[in-house]
Design a protein around this ligand. Structure first.
Ligand code: SF4
Length: 472
Protein backbone atom coordinates (compact mmCIF):
# COMPACT_ATOMS: atom_id res chain seq x y z
CA UNK A 1 0.00 0.00 0.00
CA UNK A 2 1.18 3.48 -0.83
CA UNK A 3 2.58 5.47 2.02
CA UNK A 4 0.33 8.38 2.93
CA UNK A 5 2.81 11.20 2.83
CA UNK A 6 2.18 14.73 1.62
CA UNK A 7 4.32 13.93 -1.40
CA UNK A 8 2.00 11.10 -2.34
CA UNK A 9 -1.05 13.33 -2.23
CA UNK A 10 -2.79 13.71 -5.58
CA UNK A 11 -2.31 17.22 -6.96
CA UNK A 12 -6.04 17.96 -7.16
CA UNK A 13 -6.28 17.57 -3.39
CA UNK A 14 -3.69 20.23 -2.71
CA UNK A 15 -4.76 22.97 -0.32
CA UNK A 16 -4.95 26.58 -1.47
CA UNK A 17 -1.53 27.53 -0.10
CA UNK A 18 0.26 24.66 -1.83
CA UNK A 19 2.56 25.27 -4.78
CA UNK A 20 0.90 25.21 -8.17
CA UNK A 21 3.64 23.11 -9.72
CA UNK A 22 3.93 19.38 -9.78
CA UNK A 23 6.29 16.58 -10.68
CA UNK A 24 3.20 14.70 -11.86
CA UNK A 25 4.22 11.66 -9.86
CA UNK A 26 0.57 10.71 -9.51
CA UNK A 27 -1.59 9.99 -12.58
CA UNK A 28 -4.92 11.78 -13.01
CA UNK A 29 -7.55 10.84 -10.42
CA UNK A 30 -9.52 7.80 -11.59
CA UNK A 31 -12.82 9.24 -10.34
CA UNK A 32 -12.57 12.58 -12.17
CA UNK A 33 -15.35 12.97 -14.69
CA UNK A 34 -13.99 14.20 -17.99
CA UNK A 35 -16.02 14.51 -21.18
CA UNK A 36 -14.38 13.46 -24.45
CA UNK A 37 -14.49 17.00 -25.81
CA UNK A 38 -12.95 18.32 -22.63
CA UNK A 39 -10.32 15.63 -22.87
CA UNK A 40 -9.25 16.86 -26.29
CA UNK A 41 -9.66 20.55 -25.49
CA UNK A 42 -7.40 20.22 -22.47
CA UNK A 43 -4.70 18.59 -24.55
CA UNK A 44 -4.96 21.39 -27.10
CA UNK A 45 -4.79 24.04 -24.37
CA UNK A 46 -1.62 22.54 -22.99
CA UNK A 47 -0.13 22.29 -26.47
CA UNK A 48 -0.85 25.97 -26.90
CA UNK A 49 0.94 26.79 -23.67
CA UNK A 50 3.97 24.72 -24.68
CA UNK A 51 4.05 26.26 -28.15
CA UNK A 52 3.87 29.76 -26.71
CA UNK A 53 6.70 28.90 -24.36
CA UNK A 54 8.72 27.45 -27.21
CA UNK A 55 8.36 30.77 -28.95
CA UNK A 56 9.82 32.78 -26.08
CA UNK A 57 11.84 30.64 -23.67
CA UNK A 58 15.18 31.98 -24.89
CA UNK A 59 14.22 35.54 -23.90
CA UNK A 60 14.93 37.26 -20.59
CA UNK A 61 13.04 35.74 -17.62
CA UNK A 62 10.95 38.88 -17.04
CA UNK A 63 9.86 38.93 -20.66
CA UNK A 64 9.03 35.22 -20.62
CA UNK A 65 6.84 35.78 -17.59
CA UNK A 66 5.15 38.81 -19.14
CA UNK A 67 4.39 36.83 -22.31
CA UNK A 68 3.29 33.67 -20.58
CA UNK A 69 1.11 35.01 -17.77
CA UNK A 70 -1.93 35.71 -19.99
CA UNK A 71 -1.44 32.47 -21.92
CA UNK A 72 -1.38 30.47 -18.68
CA UNK A 73 -4.34 32.36 -17.26
CA UNK A 74 -6.36 31.54 -20.36
CA UNK A 75 -5.22 28.02 -21.14
CA UNK A 76 -3.98 26.50 -17.92
CA UNK A 77 -5.16 28.60 -15.00
CA UNK A 78 -4.09 27.81 -11.46
CA UNK A 79 -5.97 30.35 -9.39
CA UNK A 80 -4.92 30.48 -5.80
CA UNK A 81 -7.84 32.64 -4.70
CA UNK A 82 -10.53 30.59 -6.46
CA UNK A 83 -13.17 28.49 -4.73
CA UNK A 84 -12.05 25.00 -3.73
CA UNK A 85 -14.07 23.33 -6.52
CA UNK A 86 -12.56 25.58 -9.19
CA UNK A 87 -9.09 25.03 -7.83
CA UNK A 88 -9.58 21.28 -7.83
CA UNK A 89 -10.86 21.34 -11.42
CA UNK A 90 -7.90 23.44 -12.55
CA UNK A 91 -5.52 20.98 -11.00
CA UNK A 92 -7.29 18.04 -12.56
CA UNK A 93 -6.98 19.78 -15.91
CA UNK A 94 -3.28 20.42 -15.34
CA UNK A 95 -2.60 16.79 -14.47
CA UNK A 96 -4.83 15.31 -17.14
CA UNK A 97 -3.48 17.49 -19.92
CA UNK A 98 0.09 16.66 -18.91
CA UNK A 99 -0.63 12.93 -19.01
CA UNK A 100 -2.50 13.17 -22.31
CA UNK A 101 0.52 14.81 -23.89
CA UNK A 102 2.81 12.22 -22.34
CA UNK A 103 0.86 9.66 -24.36
CA UNK A 104 1.06 11.76 -27.47
CA UNK A 105 4.78 12.43 -27.27
CA UNK A 106 6.17 9.24 -25.81
CA UNK A 107 6.81 7.30 -28.98
CA UNK A 108 9.62 8.92 -30.95
CA UNK A 109 12.86 9.96 -29.23
CA UNK A 110 12.78 13.43 -30.82
CA UNK A 111 9.20 13.97 -29.55
CA UNK A 112 10.18 12.83 -26.08
CA UNK A 113 13.11 15.25 -26.04
CA UNK A 114 10.98 18.15 -27.18
CA UNK A 115 8.21 17.40 -24.69
CA UNK A 116 10.68 17.07 -21.80
CA UNK A 117 12.37 20.33 -22.76
CA UNK A 118 9.15 22.32 -22.93
CA UNK A 119 7.53 20.78 -19.87
CA UNK A 120 10.71 21.49 -17.94
CA UNK A 121 10.63 25.11 -19.07
CA UNK A 122 7.00 25.27 -17.98
CA UNK A 123 7.88 23.80 -14.60
CA UNK A 124 10.67 26.35 -14.13
CA UNK A 125 8.45 29.25 -15.09
CA UNK A 126 5.64 28.24 -12.79
CA UNK A 127 7.99 27.49 -9.91
CA UNK A 128 9.64 30.90 -10.25
CA UNK A 129 6.22 32.55 -10.22
CA UNK A 130 5.36 30.99 -6.85
CA UNK A 131 5.63 32.97 -3.61
CA UNK A 132 8.48 31.88 -1.27
CA UNK A 133 6.14 30.13 1.17
CA UNK A 134 4.65 27.97 -1.58
CA UNK A 135 8.13 27.13 -2.88
CA UNK A 136 9.25 26.07 0.60
CA UNK A 137 6.12 24.00 1.02
CA UNK A 138 6.69 22.31 -2.34
CA UNK A 139 10.24 21.41 -1.38
CA UNK A 140 9.25 19.99 1.96
CA UNK A 141 6.34 17.98 0.50
CA UNK A 142 7.86 16.91 -2.77
CA UNK A 143 9.61 13.84 -1.43
CA UNK A 144 12.73 14.82 -3.37
CA UNK A 145 14.95 14.77 -0.32
CA UNK A 146 15.73 18.49 -0.07
CA UNK A 147 16.96 19.48 3.37
CA UNK A 148 18.27 22.78 4.62
CA UNK A 149 21.88 22.87 5.74
CA UNK A 150 22.09 23.43 9.48
CA UNK A 151 23.81 26.51 11.00
CA UNK A 152 26.63 24.21 12.16
CA UNK A 153 27.20 22.90 8.62
CA UNK A 154 27.13 26.42 7.22
CA UNK A 155 29.74 27.48 9.73
CA UNK A 156 32.01 24.44 9.18
CA UNK A 157 31.88 24.74 5.39
CA UNK A 158 31.62 28.50 5.10
CA UNK A 159 34.95 28.88 3.27
CA UNK A 160 34.02 26.29 0.64
CA UNK A 161 30.54 27.72 0.23
CA UNK A 162 31.78 31.27 -0.09
CA UNK A 163 34.14 30.22 -2.84
CA UNK A 164 31.18 29.16 -4.96
CA UNK A 165 29.68 31.58 -7.39
CA UNK A 166 26.00 32.43 -6.87
CA UNK A 167 26.18 31.77 -3.13
CA UNK A 168 24.67 34.22 -0.67
CA UNK A 169 25.03 32.73 2.79
CA UNK A 170 22.26 34.97 4.09
CA UNK A 171 19.90 32.77 2.07
CA UNK A 172 19.23 29.08 2.74
CA UNK A 173 21.59 26.44 1.43
CA UNK A 174 20.10 23.05 0.60
CA UNK A 175 21.69 19.65 0.58
CA UNK A 176 20.83 16.44 -1.19
CA UNK A 177 22.49 13.44 -2.91
CA UNK A 178 25.19 14.53 -5.36
CA UNK A 179 23.80 12.26 -8.15
CA UNK A 180 20.88 14.68 -8.43
CA UNK A 181 23.03 17.58 -9.53
CA UNK A 182 25.74 16.16 -11.75
CA UNK A 183 25.40 19.02 -14.21
CA UNK A 184 26.00 21.68 -11.54
CA UNK A 185 28.81 19.61 -10.17
CA UNK A 186 30.51 19.53 -13.55
CA UNK A 187 30.21 23.32 -13.72
CA UNK A 188 31.65 23.64 -10.19
CA UNK A 189 28.57 25.44 -8.94
CA UNK A 190 27.97 23.23 -5.91
CA UNK A 191 30.12 21.95 -3.11
CA UNK A 192 30.13 18.23 -2.23
CA UNK A 193 31.10 16.56 1.00
CA UNK A 194 30.58 12.83 1.82
CA UNK A 195 28.30 12.36 -1.22
CA UNK A 196 26.06 15.26 -0.22
CA UNK A 197 25.81 18.33 -2.46
CA UNK A 198 25.34 21.76 -0.91
CA UNK A 199 23.29 23.92 -3.22
CA UNK A 200 22.69 27.63 -2.74
CA UNK A 201 19.11 28.81 -3.05
CA UNK A 202 19.89 30.74 -6.21
CA UNK A 203 20.41 27.42 -7.99
CA UNK A 204 17.35 25.75 -6.56
CA UNK A 205 15.24 26.08 -9.71
CA UNK A 206 18.00 24.65 -11.92
CA UNK A 207 18.35 21.59 -9.71
CA UNK A 208 14.63 21.06 -9.47
CA UNK A 209 14.28 21.42 -13.23
CA UNK A 210 17.01 18.85 -13.74
CA UNK A 211 15.21 16.45 -11.41
CA UNK A 212 11.92 17.12 -13.15
CA UNK A 213 13.43 16.47 -16.59
CA UNK A 214 15.13 13.24 -15.53
CA UNK A 215 11.95 11.82 -14.03
CA UNK A 216 9.80 12.84 -16.95
CA UNK A 217 12.21 11.37 -19.45
CA UNK A 218 12.26 8.04 -17.61
CA UNK A 219 8.44 8.03 -17.38
CA UNK A 220 8.10 8.67 -21.12
CA UNK A 221 10.45 5.84 -22.01
CA UNK A 222 8.46 3.47 -19.84
CA UNK A 223 5.21 4.69 -21.37
CA UNK A 224 6.55 4.17 -24.89
CA UNK A 225 7.05 0.49 -24.08
CA UNK A 226 3.49 0.18 -22.87
CA UNK A 227 1.76 2.26 -25.46
CA UNK A 228 0.85 -0.68 -27.65
CA UNK A 229 -1.24 -2.10 -24.83
CA UNK A 230 -2.88 1.28 -24.33
CA UNK A 231 -3.74 1.44 -28.01
CA UNK A 232 -6.25 -1.38 -27.42
CA UNK A 233 -8.11 0.69 -24.84
CA UNK A 234 -11.04 2.30 -26.63
CA UNK A 235 -11.32 5.00 -23.96
CA UNK A 236 -8.07 6.43 -25.27
CA UNK A 237 -9.07 6.42 -28.92
CA UNK A 238 -9.43 10.17 -29.16
CA UNK A 239 -6.12 11.10 -27.66
CA UNK A 240 -4.20 8.42 -29.49
CA UNK A 241 -5.77 9.51 -32.73
CA UNK A 242 -4.65 13.05 -31.99
CA UNK A 243 -1.20 11.80 -31.19
CA UNK A 244 -1.02 9.82 -34.41
CA UNK A 245 -2.07 12.81 -36.43
CA UNK A 246 0.45 15.05 -34.72
CA UNK A 247 -2.36 17.03 -33.14
CA UNK A 248 -3.78 17.66 -36.56
CA UNK A 249 -7.21 18.26 -35.11
CA UNK A 250 -6.00 21.03 -32.86
CA UNK A 251 -6.64 24.63 -32.12
CA UNK A 252 -9.89 25.21 -33.85
CA UNK A 253 -8.39 24.47 -37.22
CA UNK A 254 -11.63 22.84 -38.06
CA UNK A 255 -13.54 26.06 -37.70
CA UNK A 256 -15.53 26.27 -40.88
CA UNK A 257 -14.81 29.87 -41.76
CA UNK A 258 -12.89 31.88 -39.23
CA UNK A 259 -13.17 35.26 -40.96
CA UNK A 260 -15.81 37.00 -42.96
CA UNK A 261 -13.37 37.19 -45.85
CA UNK A 262 -15.07 36.58 -49.16
CA UNK A 263 -12.25 35.90 -51.53
CA UNK A 264 -12.91 35.57 -55.21
CA UNK A 265 -10.60 34.29 -57.91
CA UNK A 266 -10.14 37.85 -59.19
CA UNK A 267 -9.60 39.34 -55.76
CA UNK A 268 -7.00 36.73 -54.87
CA UNK A 269 -4.97 37.89 -57.83
CA UNK A 270 -5.61 41.55 -57.12
CA UNK A 271 -4.77 41.22 -53.45
CA UNK A 272 -1.26 41.55 -52.36
CA UNK A 273 -1.50 37.78 -51.88
CA UNK A 274 1.83 37.65 -50.08
CA UNK A 275 0.38 39.82 -47.37
CA UNK A 276 -2.39 37.36 -46.58
CA UNK A 277 -1.03 33.98 -47.58
CA UNK A 278 1.48 32.09 -45.47
CA UNK A 279 4.58 30.98 -47.30
CA UNK A 280 3.19 27.49 -48.02
CA UNK A 281 0.03 28.82 -49.69
CA UNK A 282 1.81 31.63 -51.47
CA UNK A 283 4.17 29.05 -52.96
CA UNK A 284 1.26 26.89 -54.12
CA UNK A 285 -0.46 29.86 -55.69
CA UNK A 286 2.68 30.98 -57.51
CA UNK A 287 3.35 27.43 -58.68
CA UNK A 288 -0.19 27.15 -60.09
CA UNK A 289 0.21 30.44 -61.95
CA UNK A 290 3.59 29.51 -63.32
CA UNK A 291 3.18 25.84 -64.24
CA UNK A 292 -0.56 25.79 -65.12
CA UNK A 293 -0.66 22.57 -63.26
CA UNK A 294 -1.30 21.32 -59.74
CA UNK A 295 -0.52 17.87 -58.40
CA UNK A 296 -3.09 16.23 -56.15
CA UNK A 297 -1.33 17.10 -52.85
CA UNK A 298 -1.00 20.70 -54.02
CA UNK A 299 -4.71 20.94 -54.77
CA UNK A 300 -5.60 19.16 -51.56
CA UNK A 301 -3.64 21.64 -49.47
CA UNK A 302 -4.59 24.82 -51.30
CA UNK A 303 -8.30 24.14 -51.90
CA UNK A 304 -8.97 23.11 -48.32
CA UNK A 305 -7.25 26.29 -47.21
CA UNK A 306 -9.26 28.46 -49.62
CA UNK A 307 -12.47 26.78 -48.53
CA UNK A 308 -11.73 27.66 -44.94
CA UNK A 309 -11.11 31.32 -45.76
CA UNK A 310 -14.73 31.41 -46.95
CA UNK A 311 -14.02 31.41 -50.68
CA UNK A 312 -17.09 30.02 -52.51
CA UNK A 313 -16.47 26.84 -54.52
CA UNK A 314 -17.52 28.54 -57.79
CA UNK A 315 -14.65 30.98 -57.28
CA UNK A 316 -12.16 28.19 -56.68
CA UNK A 317 -13.34 26.53 -59.88
CA UNK A 318 -12.84 29.83 -61.73
CA UNK A 319 -9.40 30.19 -60.25
CA UNK A 320 -8.22 26.79 -61.48
CA UNK A 321 -10.06 27.13 -64.81
CA UNK A 322 -8.18 30.35 -65.44
CA UNK A 323 -4.86 28.58 -65.19
CA UNK A 324 -5.64 25.25 -66.83
CA UNK A 325 -5.64 25.22 -70.62
CA UNK A 326 -6.62 21.59 -71.01
CA UNK A 327 -10.45 21.36 -70.96
CA UNK A 328 -10.62 17.66 -69.93
CA UNK A 329 -8.33 18.38 -67.01
CA UNK A 330 -10.59 21.26 -66.06
CA UNK A 331 -13.55 18.88 -65.75
CA UNK A 332 -11.56 16.62 -63.41
CA UNK A 333 -10.46 19.56 -61.32
CA UNK A 334 -13.99 20.89 -61.10
CA UNK A 335 -15.21 17.56 -59.78
CA UNK A 336 -12.43 17.35 -57.22
CA UNK A 337 -13.10 20.90 -56.00
CA UNK A 338 -16.76 20.03 -55.47
CA UNK A 339 -15.61 16.90 -53.70
CA UNK A 340 -13.48 18.94 -51.24
CA UNK A 341 -16.43 21.19 -50.65
CA UNK A 342 -18.54 18.15 -49.74
CA UNK A 343 -20.92 18.62 -52.68
CA UNK A 344 -20.34 15.35 -54.53
CA UNK A 345 -19.09 11.83 -53.80
CA UNK A 346 -18.86 10.98 -50.11
CA UNK A 347 -20.02 14.56 -49.26
CA UNK A 348 -17.52 14.66 -46.45
CA UNK A 349 -16.95 18.08 -44.94
CA UNK A 350 -13.18 18.38 -45.41
CA UNK A 351 -11.38 20.59 -42.92
CA UNK A 352 -8.27 22.62 -43.67
CA UNK A 353 -4.98 20.96 -42.91
CA UNK A 354 -3.02 22.08 -39.89
CA UNK A 355 0.70 22.76 -40.12
CA UNK A 356 1.37 19.50 -38.27
CA UNK A 357 -0.55 17.53 -40.87
CA UNK A 358 1.03 19.42 -43.76
CA UNK A 359 4.48 18.61 -42.39
CA UNK A 360 3.52 14.99 -41.86
CA UNK A 361 2.02 14.50 -45.33
CA UNK A 362 5.16 15.69 -47.03
CA UNK A 363 7.08 12.57 -46.10
CA UNK A 364 6.06 10.54 -49.18
CA UNK A 365 5.96 13.33 -51.73
CA UNK A 366 8.10 13.84 -54.80
CA UNK A 367 10.61 16.68 -54.44
CA UNK A 368 9.12 18.76 -57.28
CA UNK A 369 5.71 18.98 -55.63
CA UNK A 370 5.13 22.46 -54.20
CA UNK A 371 2.91 21.36 -51.31
CA UNK A 372 4.21 20.97 -47.78
CA UNK A 373 5.72 23.50 -45.44
CA UNK A 374 8.60 25.47 -46.94
CA UNK A 375 10.19 25.87 -43.52
CA UNK A 376 10.42 22.12 -43.24
CA UNK A 377 11.04 21.22 -46.82
CA UNK A 378 13.34 23.73 -48.45
CA UNK A 379 17.11 23.96 -48.33
CA UNK A 380 18.32 27.15 -46.59
CA UNK A 381 19.33 28.93 -49.81
CA UNK A 382 16.01 28.23 -51.49
CA UNK A 383 14.13 29.25 -48.35
CA UNK A 384 15.99 32.54 -48.24
CA UNK A 385 15.13 33.17 -51.88
CA UNK A 386 11.48 32.57 -51.13
CA UNK A 387 11.53 34.83 -48.07
CA UNK A 388 13.09 37.66 -50.05
CA UNK A 389 10.47 37.15 -52.76
CA UNK A 390 7.96 37.43 -49.91
CA UNK A 391 9.17 41.00 -49.34
CA UNK A 392 11.42 40.24 -46.38
CA UNK A 393 14.73 42.05 -46.53
CA UNK A 394 15.75 42.03 -42.87
CA UNK A 395 18.99 39.96 -42.91
CA UNK A 396 18.91 39.20 -39.18
CA UNK A 397 15.27 38.16 -39.43
CA UNK A 398 16.02 35.86 -42.37
CA UNK A 399 18.94 34.31 -40.49
CA UNK A 400 16.68 33.70 -37.48
CA UNK A 401 13.99 32.08 -39.65
CA UNK A 402 16.57 29.83 -41.29
CA UNK A 403 17.89 28.82 -37.89
CA UNK A 404 14.40 28.02 -36.60
CA UNK A 405 13.68 26.02 -39.76
CA UNK A 406 16.91 24.05 -39.41
CA UNK A 407 15.78 23.17 -35.87
CA UNK A 408 12.43 22.06 -37.32
CA UNK A 409 10.58 24.73 -35.32
CA UNK A 410 8.34 25.54 -38.24
CA UNK A 411 5.59 27.23 -36.18
CA UNK A 412 8.08 29.72 -34.85
CA UNK A 413 9.70 30.29 -38.23
CA UNK A 414 6.27 31.00 -39.66
CA UNK A 415 5.29 33.29 -36.78
CA UNK A 416 8.54 35.22 -37.25
CA UNK A 417 7.77 35.54 -40.96
CA UNK A 418 4.37 36.94 -40.05
CA UNK A 419 5.91 39.44 -37.62
CA UNK A 420 8.38 40.66 -40.22
CA UNK A 421 5.71 41.10 -42.88
CA UNK A 422 3.09 42.59 -40.55
CA UNK A 423 4.95 45.07 -38.37
CA UNK A 424 2.92 46.59 -35.59
CA UNK A 425 0.58 43.64 -35.16
CA UNK A 426 0.39 42.56 -31.54
CA UNK A 427 2.29 39.44 -30.56
CA UNK A 428 0.21 36.29 -30.81
CA UNK A 429 0.56 32.67 -29.92
CA UNK A 430 2.58 30.74 -32.54
CA UNK A 431 0.85 29.94 -35.81
CA UNK A 432 -0.40 26.35 -35.95
CA UNK A 433 -2.51 26.44 -39.09
CA UNK A 434 -2.24 28.32 -42.40
CA UNK A 435 -5.71 29.72 -41.83
CA UNK A 436 -4.59 31.35 -38.59
CA UNK A 437 -1.99 33.24 -40.58
CA UNK A 438 -4.62 34.35 -43.07
CA UNK A 439 -7.15 35.29 -40.37
CA UNK A 440 -4.64 37.46 -38.51
CA UNK A 441 -3.49 39.19 -41.66
CA UNK A 442 -7.06 39.72 -42.75
CA UNK A 443 -8.14 41.09 -39.36
CA UNK A 444 -5.13 43.42 -39.35
CA UNK A 445 -5.97 44.72 -42.81
CA UNK A 446 -9.53 45.43 -41.74
CA UNK A 447 -8.30 47.18 -38.60
CA UNK A 448 -5.94 49.36 -40.59
CA UNK A 449 -8.68 50.05 -43.05
CA UNK A 450 -11.02 51.17 -40.27
CA UNK A 451 -8.28 53.39 -38.82
CA UNK A 452 -7.75 54.94 -42.24
CA UNK A 453 -11.48 55.60 -42.58
CA UNK A 454 -11.52 57.27 -39.13
CA UNK A 455 -8.68 59.60 -39.98
CA UNK A 456 -9.65 60.03 -43.62
CA UNK A 457 -6.09 59.02 -44.46
CA UNK A 458 -4.84 56.23 -46.71
CA UNK A 459 -4.71 52.86 -45.08
CA UNK A 460 -1.36 51.69 -46.35
CA UNK A 461 -0.71 48.43 -48.05
CA UNK A 462 -3.09 46.38 -45.97
CA UNK A 463 -6.08 48.61 -46.37
CA UNK A 464 -5.57 49.26 -50.04
CA UNK A 465 -5.23 45.56 -50.67
CA UNK A 466 -8.58 44.83 -49.13
CA UNK A 467 -10.23 47.61 -51.09
CA UNK A 468 -8.59 46.44 -54.27
CA UNK A 469 -10.15 43.07 -53.67
CA UNK A 470 -13.56 44.66 -53.80
CA UNK A 471 -14.46 43.51 -50.32
CA UNK A 472 -16.48 46.48 -49.40
FE1 SF4 B 1 2.25 26.97 -43.86
FE2 SF4 B 1 2.15 26.19 -41.35
FE3 SF4 B 1 4.43 26.02 -42.72
FE4 SF4 B 1 3.45 28.38 -41.99
S1 SF4 B 1 4.18 26.75 -40.61
S2 SF4 B 1 4.29 27.87 -43.96
S3 SF4 B 1 1.28 28.06 -42.18
S4 SF4 B 1 2.55 24.89 -43.12
Amino acid sequence: MQKSTPAARAPHEAPDNAARVSFYAEPPPADAEIGLDEFEDWAVDRMRVLDALDACYTRAPAEIERTMRPVLAKRLPATRAAAAATRARERVKDTFSHYILRLAFCQRPQDRRRFVKLETELFKLRFEMEPPAAKARFLSESGLGWQRATPDELSVYSAELQSLRHTDLALPVYKFPMEECTELLARRLVFVRHGIAFVPESLQTSVLAHQFAQRLHAALELLAQRRQQLADDSRLDAVLRMANEGFARDTGAGAEVATNAQLTSASLDALDAQQFLPLCMSRLYQSLKKTHHAFFPERNQFIRFLKSTGMPFEEVIKLYAAFYADFDRKKDIEYSIKHWYGLVGSRKNYQPETCALICKNVENQKPDVASGCPFQKLAPARLEQLLRAHNISDDAGIAEIKRLSADNRVHLACSRTYELTHPGDAKHEPILTPNEYFDRAWALARKNEAKGADTGAGTGAAGSSVSAAGQE
